[in-house]
Design a protein around this ligand. Structure first.
Ligand code: AHR
Length: 504
């Protein structure tokens, strides 16, 4: 069958105004994310606080509105008190989640200062693995209470007069996972999370809380976990978390690129479960979705397991340093399109992670910082995906893969930035051998013309970037036209496309 794609984009067919926090990310005390990643006193670019300016510039370029911290699995045995106060008095600890040595040189205050410098908010996770209600309350009081109490005065004594004003809090991390320190059954977690949430909202009613969802669709308790835990936490929380990582261990690219169908199904199932609990509770509010861990992750896993087993207790070991290929960037683009398509309910999301650990930004300890292939789709979505997500009315030819049927050759979504009066179309051609023409009716955007068409394409699906050479980077494509209401775009085989239109 001849390959085709057609689409109608209309400014009145809206999904939602996108919450910019869907372009969030994540820094965990894991591997070299913090130490020799964002923080490296003595590095030639380090600022007066020891943070690498070269990394800060790249994070600022990505314009990441919110960054989850300090874990991840790390948080489930973290004692936040270890990371505050005079640095030379902070304990060195055995860090059990990643079997590493944690020096605690960076803690909450240092991280909050760094986040502010890169124009991001902090999404803070509390330890509900080895700790509970009281410690979560103390941490919140330390961070957000103005003064005159034990923990707020402790913060002030540490030189931080103004409250950190952290608005978004995660109630633990992946508490359903047997690997998690202090893993819990749904009943155990639901009760603990509800009681913690109740207490935290008494301290600061303005915070927003995220209840832990399943660690992934593959968990045997999914989605019963969501139904059972939200039944306890519904009254106190605002979001439920979703985590999903994909890989291509069998080297089947067509099947790999179809995986966002699974992500789409995951999101729909969680929405249905949230709405089921709402109905059961006779509730008024919706529980929204915080997709606070998502990415490709598989390249490094085998080596990391060996490393943690055979060489534990290293300081900042090189763990989870996946080097991303061009096809990984395509899947990241498809995952971003999926998030935007669900932006009415997915209000926050975090690319996991940001620096060195399954990350778009990498550093050399004794050198510079460089951009992975996945940097680019994330940059494009974060920069141009702000405004109103429009309902894509789209038809495309389809194909089957090993595990999926009726996979659309072309996936696409459009975002209208009504303030800048710009329309951006994100599109992926999943077909590995043929270019496809996308015909788009943009009749409601009269007078718009093509401002740019950026494309990420490569003849080598396994091409990677490195510190010395960038093999995968966007380029400008010519020949994209608007005539009357018809936009015509050639989507090159296996490509990520960003078509920007406006009146300028
Ligand atoms: O992002 C890496 C790890 O993946 C996180 O620590 C954990 O939450 C998830 O399993």
């Amino acid at each position: 069958m001849k390959k085709f794609a057609k689409m109608v984009i209309d400014k009145d067919f809206r999904i939602a105004r996108i919450d910019k926090r869907i372009y969030g990310s994540f820094i965990e005390h894991l591997g070299r994310a913090v130490y020799t990643g964002i923080y490296q006193p003595g590095h030639e670019t380090a600022d007066e606080n020891g943070f690498r300016r070269d990394v800060m510039e790249l994070v600022k370029e990505l314009d990441v509105p919110i960054i989850r911290y300090p874990g991840g699995n790390f948080v489930s045995s973290y004692r936040w008190e270890d990371g505050v106060g005079p640095v030379h008095e902070r304990p060195r600890r055995l860090e059990l989640a990643w079997r590493s040595l944690e020096t605690n040189e960076v803690g909450i205050n240092e991280f909050a200062g760094w986040a502010k410098a890169v124009n991001s908010e902090v999404m803070m996770a509390v330890n509900l693995g080895t700790r509970g209600v009281a410690d979560a309350c103390h941490l919140l009081e330390y961070c957000n209470h103005p003064s005159g109490t034990r923990y707020s005065d402790l913060r002030i004594s540490h030189g931080v007069r103004d409250p950190l004003g952290i608005r978004t809090w995660c109630l633990g991390n992946e508490m359903d996972g047997p690997w998690q320190l202090g893993a819990k059954t749904a009943e155990e977690y639901g009760r603990l999370a509800a009681e913690t949430a109740k207490a935290m909202k008494l301290i600061d009613p303005d915070i927003e809380l995220v209840s832990c969802g399943s660690s992934g669709t593959g968990m045997p308790t999914f989605p019963e976990w969501e139904a059972a835990t939200l039944t306890h936490t519904y009254d106190y929380v605002d979001y439920v978390s979703l985590h999903q990582y994909f890989g291509n261990p069998d080297n089947d690219t067509a099947d790999f690129l179809a995986l966002t169908m699974e992500m789409d199904h995951f999101i729909r199932t969680v929405i249905a479960t949230c709405d089921f609990v709402k109905a059961k509770k006779r509730g008024k509010k919706d529980i929204n979705l915080s997709f606070d861990e998502w990415n490709v992750w598989f390249h490094s896993t085998e080596g990391d397991n060996e490393e943690m087993k055979n060489h534990p207790w290293q300081q900042a070991p090189a763990l989870l340093e996946d080097v991303y290929t061009f096809e990984d960037a395509l899947l990241v683009g498809l995952m971003l399109i999926t998030l935007i398509k669900h932006s009415d309910r997915v209000r926050m999301a975090c690319l996991a992670q940001l620096v060195n650990v399954i990350a778009p930004i990498m550093t050399l300890k004794d050198g510079g910082a460089w951009k992975q292939t996945i940097y680019y789709p994330f940059l494009h979505a974060s920069r141009y995906g702000r405004g109103v997500a429009l309902q894509p009315v789209i038809a495309s030819s389809k194909h089957d893969t090993k595990n999926f049927s009726d996979v659309a050759d072309v996936e696409s979504v459009a975002v209208w930035n009504d303030e800048a009066d710009e329309l951006t179309i994100f599109a992926v051609n999943r077909d590995l051998s043929e270019d496809i023409i996308l015909n788009c009716d943009i009749g409601s955007f009269s007078g718009y013309r093509v401002l740019s068409h950026q494309v990420l394409a490569s003849d080598d699906l396994k091409a990677v970037n490195g510190p010395a050479k960038e093999n995968v980077a966007p380029e400008e494509q010519k020949g994209t036209t608007v005539e009357g209401r018809d936009l015509t775009v050639c989507l090159r085989k296996a490509s990520w496309n960003v078509i920007r239109l406006g009146k300028r």
